[in-house]
Design a protein. Structure first.
Length: 346
């Protein structure tokens, strides 16, 4: 058993505090990881604030985890001590259902085991990456490519895969016009990945304040959604729109930007329901879809893709004592573009 140092929160309106958590004894197929960096995802905030439903506190969030293997179980074959590895949003699934067998463990019919705020196969609550160590079954661990820094790898484990998966599934590539709504943690990775896939990328951000960055990340166009003319000018333009916004939007306005047969994929997960006027969809055979992270195999593929194309997140490293401040800044859309906790400051 390992006692890990962590940062935990005790309720929706509480601040983070230092805590100690117990990680299970490693089983034959487990690896023990010494965490070096953990990204702060907006999902951590939704969860910590209890916006998605009741949570068992104390809660240690964090599902963008990068670290080093320090111990392996007797039957582990994929990893050895010293390997550089990552863990994303889930740490287990049934492994037997049709979706797990396809490598889409995130859609496990019995429900995947989330990295935090879940319950593992031993009946214990899961706790995330704002901590010094974690024990994970090897099948839910991915390898960080050589040459990719651990701090930059961390955000790819959620922000990277959550945008890579729908971009690939819906065919982002040459001759495709793709719009990314919201340029925060997920959004800025979506811009870089879609551009690397060869698509013509447009950013739809609230204002033009981050335009220079967006163009540098690979976008060809950048528009402010606060300007109503944007919606007139871009009507019927995009084959694919990825909406990464964490708050409720007027969806019909965005559906109007899709081409015939275009698809808007929501990865943003606001607590409030989004409303749809079906006439915004039926007129041009448009689709409204959702997508959740990606499977383990696809997560490895995404890491290798990012290494090959030399892309990664733009990050701001913080210490463990700055988590509350970072949450406030994310909520104010004041993040460029992912906060990453240096776990050595625990
Ligand atoms: P983030 O860094 O806060 O980015 C969200 C961006 O949305 C902001 O930077 C801002 O971009 C825009 N935005 C925020 N509030 C807005 C408002 N009221 N109106 C219009 N635009 C607004 O968050 P994130 O970590 O990228 O996560 C984004 C969402 O995805 C969250 O809801 C998160 O829970 C969800 N998520 C889903 C999955 C999945 O599997 N589907 C995985 C991870 C995260 P601009 O400043 O450019 O306007
Ligand atoms: Zn996330």
């Amino acid at each position: 058993m390992v006692i890990a140092k962590a940062r935990a929160v005790d309720g929706p309106d509480q601040s983070f505090h230092a805590a100690e958590i117990t990680r299970r004894e490693i089983d034959s197929q487990d690896v023990l990881i010494e965490i070096k960096f953990a990204g702060i995802c907006h999902s951590d905030i939704h969860t910590a604030h209890g916006e998605w439903g009741p949570v068992n506190y104390p809660l240690v969030p964090g599902h963008e985890i990068a670290g080093i293997v320090t111990e392996v179980g007797s039957e582990v074959t994929k990893y050895k001590v010293g390997d550089r590895v990552g863990v994303g949003c889930m740490v287990d699934s049934c492994g037997e259902c049709v979706n797990c067998r396809k490598g889409e463990e995130q859609y496990c019919l019995k429900g995947n085991v989330p990295t935090y705020a879940g319950v593992d196969k031993y009946g214990e609550p899961t706790q995330g990456g704002y901590s010094t160590h974690i024990v994970v079954t090897e099948d839910f661990v991915v390898r960080i490519p050589d040459g990719m820094e651990l701090d930059a790898a961390a955000p790819l484990l959620c922000a990277g895969i959550t945008t890579y998966s729908p971009l690939k599934h819906w065919g982002a590539g040459p001759d495709k016009k793709v719009a990314i709504v919201g340029m925060g943690g997920l959004g800025h990775m979506a811009v870089k990945i879609a551009a690397a896939m060869g698509a013509e990328v447009t950013v739809l951000s609230q204002t033009l304040s981050k335009k220079e960055d967006g163009l540098e990340f690979g976008a060809e166009n950048y528009y402010a959604t606060k300007d109503p003319e944007t919606f007139e000018k871009l009507a019927g333009t995009f084959d694919l729109i990825i909406n990464t916004v964490s708050a409720k939007l007027d969806m019909d306005a965005y559906f109007g930007l899709l081409t015939l047969d275009g698809t808007l994929v929501n990865v943003g997960a606001p607590a409030e329901p989004l409303s749809v006027n079906v006439f915004s969809l039926i007129g041009h055979r448009r689709s409204f879809a959702g997508s959740m992270i990606g499977g383990i195999r696809e997560t490895q593929e995404m890491l290798d893709f990012c290494a090959e194309h030399n892309i990664g997140p733009k990050i701001e490293i913080i210490s463990a004592d700055q988590i509350d401040e970072a949450y406030k800044r994310v909520l104010a859309s004041d993040v460029k573009y992912r906060f990453v906790i240096d776990i050595s400051t625990m």
